[in-house]
Design a protein around this ligand. Structure first.
Ligand code: KG4
Ligand code: ZN
Length: 339
């Protein structure tokens, strides 16, 4: 294997088409993204069939744009990494078929990437001083977990949500507040106009031992409050504020507990909700308080992107992993602990 490796990374697990190129020794050469937010917003959520069709429409163009941005010809690629799961089956199939077809036609290997592992690992792309082991707080639209990241590919889940993911709770509550899909960032924006008030949300699972979380009660509470006040617009910022405080506090409490239980001094925040400014602020306070270091990827790497897939692909390729088979298989449900 020659020392310079250029890996094309393809992300199509949900509603973002991401294509990026990572070169060992040099870093990220290009990073192209198309978000389907507008396409799905009129339906209030992701429509899987429309998502797959849109990935098909965009994937060629984004790949061409990624090659152009990196100033490379397609023959200069050494491998194609693609998200094989977890995610929407149709969307995953688009990325997997494209990657396998490209790999076969170019005579280069492919690598099946776990979407959540890519989220966990991308902070290493941002910060070369970060090293294994660390604790990861994974907060996305589909998953919420505290993970003991011992080494590349060695993960144990310390605790996770028993119902909704925190991003899902943000999105569902945002919808109740009349905000457009996906509501997480919009709710956070509305909360900036709000203040501490009499609206108090429950703090889920705080009195329970262990590291599991629960977020479905927050959405139910929001629905009940809104019914009571008859959706009075002037109250919405304070409700958004109170919701966000409760969700963030639940995450902070359990993250702190995970660090104390394991004795780890490094916390990595990954996934879409990692873009939340209030969460970042509270985590910084907590890390000063208990003397640990917190790492956040930049906002664009918190949400779905091709860079994390290309980067993880390069790490796995460097370990000699690759797949030359032509079988196209995706894993819509795939636990990190099975890696
Ligand atoms: O990781 P991600 O891009 O997709 C999944 O793999 O799920 O996460 C998307 C989630 C959505 O629920 C979105 O509303 C939430 O991240 N999100 C936010 C913010 N930005 C994105 N939630 C709260 N505050 C934000 N600023
Ligand atoms: Zn994601």
């Amino acid at each position: 294997m020659n020392s310079i490796m250029r890996v094309l990374g393809i992300e199509t697990s949900c509603d973002e088409t991401g294509v990026a190129i990572y070169e060992t020794g040099k870093g990220l050469l290009s990073d192209q993204l198309h978000s389907q937010i507008q396409l799905h917003s009129q339906y209030g959520g992701v429509v899987p069939e429309l998502a797959s069709r849109d990935h098909i429409k965009k994937i060629n163009k984004l790949t061409e744009a990624a090659l152009e941005e990196a100033k490379l010809s397609i023959n200069q690629l050494d491998a194609v990494a693609y998200t094989a799961g977890p995610g929407l089956v149709g969307s995953l199939m688009v990325g997997a078929s494209f990657a396998k077809g490209l790999g076969f036609s170019l005579g280069i290997p492919t690598l099946a990437i776990h979407h959540l592992e890519a989220h966990l690992i991308v902070p290493l792309l941002e910060d070369p001083t970060l090293s294994f082991p660390f604790i990861a707080l994974l907060v996305s639209g589909g998953h919420t977990a505290l993970i003991d990241v011992k080494d590349l590919g060695v993960y144990s889940i310390l605790g996770e949500t028993l119902d909704d993911a925190v991003g899902e709770a943000f999105d569902k509550t945002a919808k109740l507040l009349g905000l457009p899909y996906p509501g997480g960032a919009a709710l956070a924006q509305l909360a900036k106009e709000g203040k501490a008030s009499n609206y108090q949300f429950p703090r889920p699972m705080m009195n329970r031992k262990g590291l599991d979380l629960s977020f479905s009660g927050l959405k139910t509470h929001a629905a009940n409050v809104l019914k009571r006040i008859n959706y009075s617009a002037s109250q919405l910022p304070d409700i958004a504020y109170a919701f966000q405080e409760a969700a963030v506090e639940a995450l902070i409490t359990k993250a702190k507990r995970a660090l104390q239980q394991t004795g780890s001094t490094k916390l990595v925040v990954a996934g879409g909700v990692g873009a939340n400014e209030r969460l970042r602020e509270r985590l910084k306070e907590m890390s000063l308080d208990i003397g640990i270091q917190t790492y956040f990827p930049r906002q664009a790497y918190c949400t779905d992107n091709g860079a994390m897939v290309a980067f993880l692909g390069s790490l796995r390729l460097a370990r000699g992993e690759k797949d030359d088979s032509l079988a196209i298989t995706v894993r819509p449900r795939w636990s990190l602990e099975e890696l």
